[in-house]
Design a protein. Sequence first.
Length: 249
Amino acid sequence: MKALWCTVGALIAVLAVGPGAAWGAVATDGARGVASAKAPPPPQFPKNFVGKGRYLVPDLGVDVPLTWEGNGGDSQMIAGGDTYPIYFTNIIAGGYLYTLTYKFPGIARRPCSRVGPFTLDALNTFLKSARYVGPETLDGKPSRHVNHWRVGVVWEPPPSVLPPALATPVGGTPAGAEGAPVLRIGLMEGDFYTDQKDATTFWKVLHFGVQNLYDPELDEWAVLSSFAHRAGKVTVPAERTAAPAPPAP
């Protein structure tokens, strides 16, 4: 996972499941909507799970193995490996988010980075704001009946940081003033496809936006072929274990 992940940016690093660095933002577009009474339960990651599938970066021609596992609320995603064009891992453990990029086309190896405080509960709270797109069928063997959800993060820059032409349009009032339009900049978006019978079973994740730092087209996919509700394995890299312990809350 790229570090979809700063407090909201850290949330978004599981939204941004690829290698990279963290980005912050101010609001989710999902949180702005009104939940439909007919919408099913929103996506929620279980404490224990084992998912396997493929990690895709279409514009780079990358299609590599993916594992995504959870154990007691900690979790780890691993994409690729030594013999593949990309290899990275993202970990939520001990209340923090870590990302380590071993390989990515045109990018030198990155050290293990403690992105910031982050937990499974924080991620699931974020996902509660997801907007329901609708029911869909994912073609494949087998085909999967899923619910499609979308979450996004936008930035509402204050007029003081905007260029004059945007902060105060000709003949208009300052952005953000009463009756004036507010300028919003989309930073990132995530699409989650959960099983129609179980919102804690995930089959596909797309993330798009500024968190995809190393991908020219800014989009990457996690496509799962299996998802089991049992305890998985989470291994913190050795170079992280040698680093100073996080401060006490």
